[in-house]
Design a protein around this ligand. Structure first.
Ligand SMILES: Nc1ncnc2c1ncn2[C@@H]1O[C@H](COP(=O)(O)OP(=O)(O)OP(=O)(O)O)[C@@H](O)[C@H]1O
Ligand SMILES: [Mg+2]
Length: 304
């Protein structure tokens, strides 16, 4: 079964591209056929994490209708791992039209691979959110820093809100959704969880749709750049808050320690996992990949 994973949201510069490229590398080493997609259209740099220069072929050619998506794949030099490179500075999510977006989704799902891993960058434009929602595994990254955690909550809130809005819209409840939203102050709605409860109380069929979406909607949290052992716990705190304020059962997929060799291998144009396959960080990436593949999370004990 083909799986689409997307990493997105949160703050800039916290390790999203490092993590998705390393996860791709890790899956490829296990013999899976992997395609990395650099959809961080404003600031594409996934090729750099793979030790490559800027590829000549990129997603720009697809969005400008110059070439089919599959013809834009470039070899990374790593067995089983291909790249769909992003555009540099010439394209931003705001410029992608609705029809182009749907075509992109259709063609992404047709690519031949076991895993398609998409780097979405840090933005919250609805094109970015919709691509995130398309993924079978939705991954958000945090670092032990309040601004990064706040950005992550903001991102999850927008993602979940849009997901409920799209789902109810598709099922003919667009007006009911808008009514509750417009009346949120009168209803005393202060959190997304209460908003969802209020939507559910509108009708039994709306309630059933939302319940079934809630049961299958998963966001996976990856905690990056920890320096102290006790910082591992942050993942569990974030889980509790997601449940309390959003009513969401988020998964804590794992953590990665700070390792200065990551930036060093980046500067040497060497993929980190090629240079340090036995490092602690490489093992932590492998543990996260294992959890994501098996729809699991780290145990409370491991997160202490
Ligand atoms: N665990 C880590 N330990 C040390 N350095 C790290 C770690 N993770 C990422 N880095 C470094 O942090 C920098 C930013 O990482 P990266 O580019 O992956 O972030 P990003 O979230 O993709 O940023 P942007 O939002 O701008 O796309 C890079 O130099 C990377 O090597
Ligand atoms: Mg990035």
């Amino acid at each position: 079964m083909k799986e689409v994973w997307a990493i997105g949201g949160g703050k800039g510069g916290i390790g999203k591209s490092f993590i998705i490229s390393s996860m791709g590398n890790c899956l490829a080493r296990q013999g899976k056929k992997v395609i990395l997609v650099d959809a961080d259209l404003g600031a594409a740099n996934l090729h750099t994490f793979l030790g490559m220069g800027k590829p000549e072929k990129s997603l720009t050619d697809f969005f400008e209708n110059k070439a089919p998506l599959a013809s834009l794949l470039v070899r990374t030099g790593i067995d089983n791992l291909d790249l769909l490179a992003g555009a540099i500075h010439s394209m931003v999510p705001e410029n992608i039209k609705y029809a182009q977006k749907l075509k992109f989704f259709r063609h992404i799902k047709k690519l031949e691979a076991d895993f398609i891993l998409i780097d979405l960058g840090a933005g919250v434009h609805f094109n970015t959110i919709d691509t995130f929602l398309l993924a079978d595994r939705k991954i958000v990254v945090i670092v032990p820093e309040i601004t990064a955690i706040e950005n992550m909550y903001g991102f999850i809130k927008i993602v979940f809100f849009r997901h409920i809005m799209n789902t109810l819209g598709r099922n003919g409840f667009k007006d009911e959704f808008r009514e509750v939203w417009d009346m949120r102050q009168a209803h005393g709605i202060t959190t997304l969880k209460v908003f969802v409860e209020c939507l559910k109380s509108q009708s039994a069929s709306m309630g059933r749709i939302i319940d079934s979406e809630l049961a299958s909607f998963r966001v996976n949290i990856v905690l990056n750049q920890i320096k102290l052992k006790r910082e591992k716990r942050i993942g569990n705190s974030v889980k509790s808050i997601c449940l309390k304020y959003f009513g969401l059962d988020a998964r804590y997929a794992g953590f990665i320690e700070t390792d200065d060799f990551i930036t060093r291998s980046l500067n040497n144009r060497q993929p980190y996992l090629q240079s340090y396959p036995e490092s602690k960080c490489a093992r932590e990436v492998a543990a996260i990949v294992h959890n994501l593949v098996n729809d699991q999370q780290i145990s409370i004990q491991d997160a202490r």
